[in-house]
Design a protein around this ligand. Structure first.
Ligand code: LLP
Length: 414
């Protein structure tokens, strides 16, 4: 059952009409379906039920503490890339020994925070980072468990801004160089090598790049074992795509079937870092049409959500399906859906055929659960929108709409 659905021409999230939420909290707002979040988490996690694994939700995709808490109650770990994400995860009640820390630029302060929290492992991305981690661990009298994030040089065939596993990308350590880095790690006083990691990109719509990656990593693991370096965890990152328009990504069960087949005799616990596939289609951005405007060549719907609220269309040219909250079965009109921000790149859709929309109508920007709110900003001094979590016939504000006072927090006139 789909948790965003029409009933008598009104869009619902679970059993709550979207317009009811809009009346109460105003617009724009993000709205998540709790049942969908749970279903998607289970769809992914249970797909790997027959093998030892840990599903570490990728915090950056949707970072609200209530949502992290929900996943924690389902047994999730977290994939983090900053001290802020570690803080959120701990506040959400995630067990520290289920947290993996990735990222090319961890600061000393963040490294110390991770060590003190006792996280599962650091995915290292440079020799200098390795030295710093060893030094910090020594200073604190702790041991640090590590994986090296390998860059397998596999083309994920996705948008160039979100591919990460190619030689020219800044991420990870080149496959050949990683062997030497592992040998170096063996010599460090305070490091325990426990894993191999990777993450090749996001919004992948085929399994093949994952399989190619796995083949390369298996080769590396075999070589490391020959050198007596014991690899217990294989972290395959995130990246499984979703349907925004017509994409046809593999279902998690298909993804799992292919990988499990390929992993049979590896004798490693698997770690996954999915983000988008779990939250992407569990959230929507609701916005109201402020004005309809006819230009010489285009029709515009000027809405109250802008690129500061949902950056993906402006940044990547991403497609998000847009649908009216009240469906009146009107003829289609070609429009640009644009926000109030003073930039021409401030659009949510271009040349989109939508049923004729009037001033004051509500629109739902779909598939906005991943990298939606988490990439929002205060550009143009716009308070960020609230986040709403729907559970059956109830909804909860899990983040307040920001106020003007919030905008100035920490600023001062000297
Ligand atoms: N693990 C690591 C180390 C990552 O860098 C990422 C995403 C993930 C896991 C989760 O990937 P996912 O399963 O969500 O594909 N802002 C872009 C996406 C950037 C992804 C960055 N890394 C977008 O809106 O499409």
């Amino acid at each position: 059952m789909h948790h965003f659905h029409y009933q008598d021409g009104r869009l619902y999230c679970e059993q709550v009409p979207i317009e009811v939420i809009a009346q109460e909290v105003g617009t724009p707002f993000y709205c998540y379906s709790r049942a969908t979040l749970i279903r998607h988490f289970h769809a992914f996690d249970k797909a790997f039920a027959e093998v030892n694994h840990l599903t570490c939700f990728s915090v950056k995709s949707c970072s609200n503490v209530a949502i992290l808490h929900l996943f924690a109650t389902l047994g999730a770990g977290m994939d983090i890339v900053s001290g802020g994400e570690l803080y959120r995860s701990l506040k959400a009640g995630v067990q520290p020994d289920k947290i993996v820390f990735s990222g090319v630029g961890k600061s000393e302060e963040e490294i110390v925070y991770g060590l003190e929290a006792g996280i599962l492992m650091f995915n290292l991305e440079s020799p200098q980072e390795m030295m710093l981690l060893d030094e910090c661990a020594g200073r604190l009298g702790r041991r640090a468990s590590i994986a090296i994030r390998v860059n397998p040089d596999v083309d994920p065939r996705t948008h160039p801004y979100i591919s990460t596993g190619l030689k020219e990308n800044k991420f990870g350590i080149d496959l050949e160089a990683s062997e030497a880095m592992y040998a170096q790690a063996m010599e460090m006083d305070n490091l325990d090598i426990i894993g191999v990691g990777c993450h090749i990109g996001s919004q992948l719509t085929e399994v093949a790049p994952f399989v190619d990656t796995l083949d390369r990593l298996k080769g590396l693991i075999a070589k490391l074992r020959q050198r007596n370096i014991q690899i217990r965890y294989l972290d395959l990152g995130g990246g499984l795509g979703i349907t925004y328009a017509n994409e046809d990504p593999p279902h998690p069960t298909e993804y799992a079937r292919v990988l499990i087949e390929d992993l049979r005799h590896l004798d490693c616990s698997l770690i996954f870092e999915p983000g988008r596939v779990i939250v992407g289609n569990a959230g929507t951005l609701i916005t109201r049409v402020l004005y309809t405007k006819k230009g010489p060549v285009k029709n515009f719907l000027v809405v109250d959500a802008g690129m500061n609220d949902l950056f993906r269309p402006s940044l990547y040219g991403s497609y998000h399906h847009i649908q009216p909250v009240i469906d009146r079965e009107r003829p289609e009109v070609r429009v640009d859906v644009v926000g109030p921000i003073c930039e021409s790149s401030d659009f949510l859709a271009r040349d989109r055929d939508l049923p004729q929309i009037d001033q004051g109508d509500l629109l739902a920007v779909m598939s906005a659960g991943a990298y939606g709110f988490s990439m929002s900003s205060n550009y143009n001094s716009r308070p960020r929108p609230p986040e709403i979590l729907v559970q059956e016939d109830k909804f909860e504000v899990i983040r307040d709409r920001e106020t003007y006072e919030d905008l100035l927090r920490g600023e001062r006139i000297p």
